[in-house]
Design a protein around this ligand. Structure first.
Ligand SMILES: *Cc1c(COP(=O)(O)O)cnc(C)c1O
Length: 217
């Protein structure tokens, strides 16, 4: 695949399900990719990228933005409170808020910095012990805490368990978002972004289908 093919597949599915193209943001997930591949996608005019680690992103995006202009950057991976300041300075959107302690750190820093990235709450829809994300049962309390702190929570994010049908998890995430009056849904990766579109995704996080596999050089 390539950026052009992914864009074409998205456009076809949007058309099929009758959703407008503006409803969807394609995040090109550039983590661990060789720089030439990232530059090639920038050269094609794409300006929305996702990274998993604050450190890795800090090592490449300031310089790339000097050369290519402003890029909308999304943090997708787990965030430690002690990296929160750096993350807030670098990223426009954070998809992985999943606990009250982190929410409080973000709120304190937002006060100091005078601004805050848009936030998604990550939900562990499969209730997998090793996976990040707030459990569905604990989501209402986290939403309430974030709202009390005045944080700009715009939606929910999930990563379905590898062995399960992703559309069930996408449907659950949509239901939870509706229940809390949140209208953005960060869901759909290289293997399942087409099915996420029909389920109401607003932010697709696509890496290997755009850039190629991450393991092979
Ligand atoms: C790596 C990653 C992606 C992209 O994965 P692909 O399968 O390469 O599309 C999306 N979201 C998160 C949270 C990731 O860590």
């Amino acid at each position: 695949m390539s950026l052009t093919e992914v864009r074409a597949a998205i456009a076809a599915e949007l058309e099929r399900v009758g959703r407008p193209a503006e409803a969807l943001s394609l995040i090109a997930v550039s983590k661990v990719q060789p720089l030439e591949r990232v530059e090639a996608v920038l050269q094609q005019g794409h300006r929305v990228f996702g990274e998993n680690r604050v450190q890795e992103a800090a090592g490449k995006w300031p310089e790339l933005q000097e050369r290519f202009g402003k890029v909308e950057l999304h943090l997708l991976g787990p965030l430690q409170s002690n990296k929160a300041r750096q993350a807030m300075e670098l990223f426009d959107v954070i998809h992985s808020v999943d606990r009250a302690k982190l929410a409080r750190a973000l709120a304190r820093l937002a006060g100091e910095l005078g601004s805050c990235p848009d936030l998604f709450l990550q939900v562990n829809t499969g209730e997998e012990p090793q996976k990040a994300g707030v459990l569905p049962a604990d989501l209402p309390a986290l939403v309430e805490e974030c709202r009390a702190l005045g944080l700009p929570v715009i939606g929910l994010m999930c990563i379905p368990p590898v062995e399960e049908e992703p559309s069930l998890h996408f449907a659950l995430l949509k239901k939870l978002a509706d229940r809390h009056g949140l209208d953005k849904l960060s869901m759909g990766m290289s293997g399942d972004y087409i099915s996420a579109i029909a389920q109401g995704a607003t932010h697709l996080r696509v890496g290997s289908a755009i850039f190629g596999g991450r393991e092979a050089g």
